[in-house]
Design a protein around this ligand. Structure first.
Ligand SMILES: [Zn+2]
Length: 125
């Protein structure tokens, strides 16, 4: 049986016949049950259908990637979802900026020490 003959993940999961015009078939191949299950669990079939239909065809692939990402985040963290991930990343960015500022200060100190040593003929006190 070729891949084209098998129903898409959506139709497989919802136990319905997959047609050539199936909205989900291009984005949820039959071997991708997990992603559809996640998206279906979080958004529901009618919302998913509505959202995909509202997006131009050429952007639907990206929209599906985004929905899958959001759904997975929501399942992992039911309270904050993607916001939890963004918030964690913001904390990491802030922490790394502090470390970078410390590293820059250390570099400045080392340069000043080197200049001092150079001015004093390489003799350290
Ligand atoms: Zn289908």
């Amino acid at each position: 049986m070729s891949v084209n003959c098998s129903p898409c993940a959506s139709c497989k999961l919802l136990r319905r016949r997959c047609s050539q015009n199936c909205l989900f078939a291009p984005y949820f191949p039959s071997n991708d049950l997990h992603n559809f299950a996640m998206v279906h669990r979080v958004f529901g079939c009618s919302n998913l259908t509505k959202m995909l239909k509202d997006v131009p065809v050429e952007q639907r692939g990206d929209a599906v990637k985004s929905l899958v990402y959001e759904a997975n985040a929501r399942v992992r963290n039911p309270v904050y979802g993607c916001v939890g991930i963004i918030s964690n990343l913001e904390i990491q960015v802030s922490e790394l900026q502090k470390q970078l500022a410390i590293a820059h200060a250390e570099i400045r100190t080392m340069k000043m020490q080197q200049e001092f040593m150079f001015i004093n003929g390489g003799i350290s006190p």
